[in-house]
Design a protein around this ligand. Sequence first.
Ligand code: MN
Length: 292
Amino acid sequence: MRYVNYGGHLGVIDNGDVLLLDDVVASGERADGPVAALIERLANDPDGTRRAVEAARDRATRQPYEASQLRAPLPRPGKLIAAPVNYADHKQEMKVEHSVREYGLFLKATSSIVGPGEPIQLPYPDVRTDQEGELAVVVGRQARNVAVQDAHEYVFGYTCAIDVSLRSTEDRSTRKSFDTFTPLGPAIVTTDEIVDDRTLELECFVNGERRQRAVIGDMIFGVPELITYASSVMTLWPGDVILTGTPAGVGPLAPGDVVEVTITQIGTLTSPVRSGSAAVPYAQRPSSAVLS
Ligand code: MN
């Protein structure tokens, strides 16, 4: 299944159209969006919820798919976890000593999430801000101390993400948490459609020019290892999102750019880039005033 947040409705893509499953999750029911509600119901009552989805699909009205109706599939997950330096070629280009093994994971503010087509807003005109195309994994069940061989049972699905990153001195949780710094979507593709996530291919384009390409199997920690590691630290909840890291080819963004992340079998996420409305030179950022 390919689930979308379609104008606030739970939608499923079917032969290029959208079926609205309002019988399963009523539109506007929850601030964290209809897909989060579905994932939670599936976690609590897998069989009953699957039957409800099938019945709703049979009754649903078919609508032509309009990209403008898409919202972030999970606009407010419980946690937005991310892996730093999870590809060897990115470690090399960043000239850093360590990888996810040594750095561990970090958290992004969930308020940084935007949907497909919503602009990335650059906060500072004079600080390099990069695109990082990434595979996002959505947790399907509460998870704690999960073994690697069981990890895939805890995955609900996959989607595309951009981990927008300011190249400044601040901790990752600050410089990657600006509003609009996590475009997510368009659809969450459930695990039954993905035979082996290691074979997925990710590409990231800026203005049509390819900057990044990777096979997911090249990750230092694969999806199971990330689930195992994350769940050894913190309880994962249904609907939590894990950004799995970016391969080589990160580069600066400028107002007017268009970023596209394509992952085979998952889809394409497109994000325009704008100057933030309150963009100020880095030296004039509020923290400078506070600390001076
Ligand atoms: Mn990243």
